[in-house]
Design a protein around this ligand. Structure first.
Ligand code: SF4
Length: 432
């Protein structure tokens, strides 16, 4: 029995890729996962390239692993940074044994046997590859519904690291949801760069199904109790999708709508494909259809050319939509992207001021919304043990609530009354 240690950086798609690698390595190469990198036979860093910082972090981490690893242990780099840096990683860190791109995960059992191999083809198609089964959680199952992305947002490196968008055949997805939910994962979490663009392109002849229809089919599986997904693209927020979202009781009422900027002019420079008015209209329609929906978003401040007026437009959208959660970042130029060639950069100090202002502004909204939850009752699905004798879970609309309790609560549903509110999570007590 050999051991593999995997450090996963970045998004949920990377977490699912890590699960796939562990599944393949354990089924085909007799590996088991370990948390002990110093004594592992194989060390993998599954990387993220969405901003510059994770890339810097990679090389300092590699150096540390190489120093501490046991004799004969192998080191591999996978994920998005592997895709765009490729062989340069081995040039900068010659002790790295292989480099495997984000679109080549299924080749993990090949590259471990080919010293200094670099597999980073972003046109490689593993959309029909039936990965072996491994899950990081017994209660929630990530399920990929597509690979790659067909958009060209000017700030984003993903299309250059994960390739063009291909939908995974519906039967593969349904089988995976059935298998995972029968094994105990009552919550299915669908993953894709643009989930609500599902079904536009398959490789090979497959049944064409829209995302709304896919949600409906998955909800017909008895053992599936909840369905979540990320990320939908605001451009594809069509009425069919929103109708299924609103009316299907198994589809959780939380929607992540990555806005990026509130200025239509900046959205145009970002090539996002929608403007401020469309986003506001879709968000308002969603709130009308599902009053208790929680909406979260992503915001980039200080995109090249962003003026004070543009920034105020972003704050205006926060004011109007009142998001439950905002993930906000300063613009980080990425290699191979159009925006990296734009010259009108925003002064770094102004960028920091804008980010601080935006986060302060959003925190006050988040706190106000949290206050409205005191005394309310939510149905919570418990999925994680926490410190201090707490167990936490999420409501249908993605509110994190923790209660005093033990592991017997994990994987179960209960009605919980909120007794204490907080910015990131609430405390409650189970009511019977
Ligand atoms: S939709 Fe845009 S931001 Fe999202 S992964 Fe694709 S290119 Fe990147």
């Amino acid at each position: 029995m050999k051991t593999v240690f995997i450090e996963t950086l970045g998004c949920a798609m990377n977490e699912r890729d890590t699960e796939h690698m562990i599944a393949e390595l354990s089924e085909k190469e007799n590996y088991v996962q370990t948390d002990d990198s110093d004594n592992a036979d194989l060390i993998i860093i599954n990387t993220c390239s969405v901003r510059e910082r994770p890339v810097h972090k990679l090389f300092s981490e590699l150096g540390g692993f190489n120093k501490r690893k046991k004799p004969g242990a192998k080191i591999g780099v996978t994920g998005c940074t592997a895709s765009h840096l490729g062989r340069d990683i081995i040039k900068r860190a010659p002790y790295v044994d292989f480099v495997l791109g984000a679109r080549n995960v299924s080749k993990i059992t090949e590259v471990i046997h080919k010293p200094k191999s670099v597999e980073i083809d972003i046109d490689y198609d593993e959309s029909q590859f039936a990965f072996k089964e491994f899950r990081g959680s017994s209660y929630k199952a990530y399920v990929n519904i597509s690979i790659g992305c067909d958009k060209a947002c000017t700030f984003c490196i993903v299309p250059k690291t994960r390739g063009d968008e291909i939908s995974i055949p519906v039967d593969l997805i349904l089988n995976e949801c059935k298998r995972a939910s029968e094994a105990g994962a009552k919550e299915i979490f669908l993953l894709g760069q643009n989930v609500n663009n599902y079904g536009r392109r398959f490789s090979g002849d497959h049944e064409k199904v829209s995302f709304a229809q896919l949600l409906n089919r998955i909800s017909k599986i008895d053992t599936v109790k909840r369905i979540r997904f990320t990320s939908p693209h605001p451009f594809h927020m069509d009425d069919e999708f929103m109708q299924e979202f609103a009316s299907n009781p198994k589809v959780c009422k939380s929607m992540h709508m990555p806005l990026q900027s509130g200025s239509s002019e900046i959205l145009k420079m970002m090539k996002r494909g929608y403007n401020k008015e469309w986003f506001l209209e879709r968000a308002q329609k969603l709130r009308n259809m599902v009053p208790d929906v929680s909406i979260s978003t992503d915001i980039i401040v200080a995109f090249p050319g962003e003026s004070d007026t543009h920034f105020e437009e972003t704050i205006d959208v926060l004011k109007q939509v009142r998001f439950e959660q905002v993930f906000s970042f300063k613009y980080s130029p990425r290699p191979l992207t159009e925006a990296a060639l734009m010259t009108n950069e925003v002064d770094p100090e102004i960028a920091s001021e804008r980010l601080a202002y935006l986060q302060g502004f959003q925190n006050s909204i988040t706190d106000e919304l949290a206050d409205t939850r005191l005394g309310k009752v939510y149905e919570v699905y418990f999925e994680e043990q926490r410190d201090g004798g707490f167990v936490s879970g999420r409501s249908d609309n993605n509110i994190v609530i923790k209660v005093l309790g033990d592991a017997s609560l994990l994987g179960t549903f209960a009605k919980v009354k909120v007794t204490k509110v907080g910015r990131m999570s609430q405390v409650g007590e189970i009511i019977v």
